[in-house]
Design a protein around this ligand. Structure first.
Ligand SMILES: [Fe+2]
Ligand SMILES: [Fe+2]
Length: 173
């Protein structure tokens, strides 16, 4: 089957959902399990989100109509809320606490909602606006970028930022 960026992004959404499901199964005593899962979630989410912001959303913006622009604004606002509020609050909680369990649940709910919206609305518009060849090319470009040093550095920098913001939030709580 031909490559397809929309299929890849949907598969990544599914992977994230299953990681959040695994997180729900953990108890407050599962310190290492929770920390490892959070790390895995971020390693999956950050390249996906950053590539959407830097490549996929701008490509959509160039071709979409007014409804598309509104959908795009909604998606970007959700990315910002997750990056600047939801993730730092998760990092500000100790993994062995009910606070962590509650905040990470909200994190999962945000991602699930956002992924559903993308799939139901934006991806459908993209399917109309881009040719199969273009979607295949984007998929190839995404895979190349994910394997690059630039992507690894970006994920590292984002994780450091989330940890730092989390530390500040826990100080002022
Ligand atoms: Fe997104
Ligand atoms: Fe997405």
């Amino acid at each position: 089957m031909a490559r397809d960026i929309l299929k890849t992004l949907k598969e990544e959404h599914a992977t994230l959902r299953s990681l959040f499901d695994q997180m729900k199964e953990t108890t407050d005593r599962a310190k290492k399990g929770r920390a490892d899962l959070l790390e895995t979630i971020e390693q999956n989410l950050l390249p996906h989100a950053k590539w959407e912001e830097q490549v996929f959303y701008p490509a959509f913006k160039e071709r979409c109509d007014r409804d598309g622009l509104q959908t795009l604004a909604e998606a970007i606002a959700e990315h910002h809320a997750v990056e600047h509020s939801v993730i730092p609050e998760v990092h500000a909680a100790d993994v062995e606490t009910p606070e962590f369990a509650g905040r990470v649940k909200v994190f999962g709910e945000f991602i699930d909602h956002h992924a559903k919206e993308e799939e139901k609305t934006m991806f459908k518009m993209v399917r109309e606006l881009f040719s199969a060849d273009e979607l295949a090319q984007m998929d190839e470009d995404y895979e190349t970028w994910k394997a690059s040093d630039a992507a690894a550095n970006l994920v590292f920098a984002e994780q450091a930022k989330a940890g730092l913001k989390g530390a500040v939030k826990s100080l002022i709580q």
